[in-house]
Design a protein around this ligand. Structure first.
Ligand code: HEM
Ligand SMILES: CC(C)=CCC/C(C)=C/CC/C(C)=C/COP(=O)(O)OP(=O)(O)O
Length: 349
């Protein structure tokens, strides 16, 4: 069992989520004008540790609830592979280490935003709202905005641009979470988690997800006047593809469309922040830079869609389309074979 401990602890911190939080946080540092490599490294270490701690506290608190969902039942705490006291101690060590690194190297305001993010995720969302109200994802989802505020204030005081970037994550979160909850609605129902797809009609969910997706673009667009050129390019190209993903879900409401929308949403958010950060860090970007941003954005979405990521066994649309084509071709081949009788002797002359 002990040889499994590192793997269990790793799964506790939800690494992919922490990675996206680090992307939004670090590129907010660059969006604010950039900082020395040392400050960026400290920010990454403190931010990743605090975010990892909050994910671990979430897993610790939810260990009973997670036993009721197929998606989470085999996590180390609900499966009994990891002692919950070890998980709690681990989360506390991560939180203490992240806070200590932050206080030693970053402005206190930055550390305060990191801790506010952790409090929002663990106390507001996990403890307070997740089991009680569908609005939990909206209010608790504000946790995702804090890494942006932390990143910006590591460089300079808050400014309207930072608030817009933070608002982009805030408006983006419900679309992300509810698209996913559509695919896992039976799991959430079994665990009595009143997320929107559990408590509302499919039509209402589609509409709410669509508003959140459109709202993300509208809020992101308000930043264009003070954002560097690659940001506007990624917003235009990526925004169109992001909207296409969610439009398909809005129209069809299928699990397949929800999966595509979910993965699209993560990619789009990451690219927006990368574009602003890279644009901010490199100063003036000419037409070549804009074209590169457009090609990279379209290429990333294309790669993602053809890679056919899956959730709960449901693949995103291209795989289904490919299967559909293969099935049609297979059926056509069968038809040709079954109907290709050799000419009967009576007709042969
Ligand atoms: C209350 C708000 C949120 C809820 C309810 C939510 C829910 C979820 C859930 C249930 C998963 C699937 C986890 C699994 O693999 O079992 C997930 C994945 C993920 N979430 Fe969220 N999320 C929220 C906010 C955020 C925020 C703020 C971010 C980052 C900015 C984020 C980034 C991600 C990423 C990167 C993944 C992994 C996708 C993958 O598997 O490739 N989420 N989310
Ligand atoms: C600055 C800072 C430290 C911010 C932390 C913000 C943070 C970790 C946000 C993530 C929100 C999230 C993944 C919710 C899903 O939990 P869930 O319990 O619904 O998902 P699960 O069912 O997969 O456990």
């Amino acid at each position: 069992m002990h040889s499994q401990l590192p793997r269990h602890l790793w799964s506790l911190v939800k690494p992919r989520i922490v990675a996206l939080l680090c992307v939004t946080g670090v590129f907010a540092v660059y969006a604010a004008g950039g900082a020395s490599l040392g400050t960026v490294a400290s920010f990454l270490a403190a931010g990743a540790l605090v975010a990892a701690a909050s994910a671990a506290y979430n897993c610790w608190y939810d260990r009973e609830l997670d036993r009721h969902m197929d998606r989470t039942a085999d996590r180390p705490l609900p499966s009994g592979d990891l002692d919950h006291r070890v998980a709690f101690a681990f989360a506390t060590v991560l939180l203490a280490a992240g806070t200590a690194v932050g206080l030693a190297t970053l402005p206190v305001e930055t550390v305060a935003y990191m801790l506010a993010g952790a409090a929002s995720y663990v106390l507001v969302y996990t403890v307070g709202l997740k089991r009680r109200h569908w609005l939990g994802v909206v209010l608790g989802g504000s946790a995702g905005s804090f890494p942006v505020l932390a990143g910006w204030t590591a460089v300079r005081p808050l400014a309207p641009e930072a608030l817009v970037l933070a608002a982009v994550v805030f408006v983006w979160t419900p679309a992300h979470a509810w698209a996913l909850a559509v695919v896992y609605r039976e799991d959430f129902t079994a665990a009595d988690v009143p997320t929107l797809p559990v408590v509302a009609s499919a039509k209402r969910v589609r509409r709410a997800v669509w508003y959140s997706a459109v709202g993300t673009l509208v809020v992101a667009a308000t930043a264009v006047p003070f954002a560097p050129a690659p940001y506007a390019t990624v917003l235009a190209v990526g925004g169109a593809l992001f909207l296409a993903g969610f439009r398909q879900f809005h129209r069809e409401g299928t699990d397949t469309a929800a999966v595509r929308a979910f993965f699209t949403s993560n990619t789009f958010l990451a690219l927006l922040f990368v574009a602003w950060g890279v644009g901010g860090a490199t100063g003036g970007v000419g037409p070549a830079g804009r074209v590169a941003a457009a090609v990279l954005t379209a290429g990333t979405f294309g790669w993602l869609w053809t890679r056919r990521p899956a959730l709960d066994g449901v693949t995103s649309a291209p795989a289904v389309e490919a299967d559909w084509v293969a099935a049609r071709l297979g059926r056509a081949a069968e038809y040709v074979r079954d109907n290709a009788h050799p000419p009967s002797p009576s007709n042969s002359d």
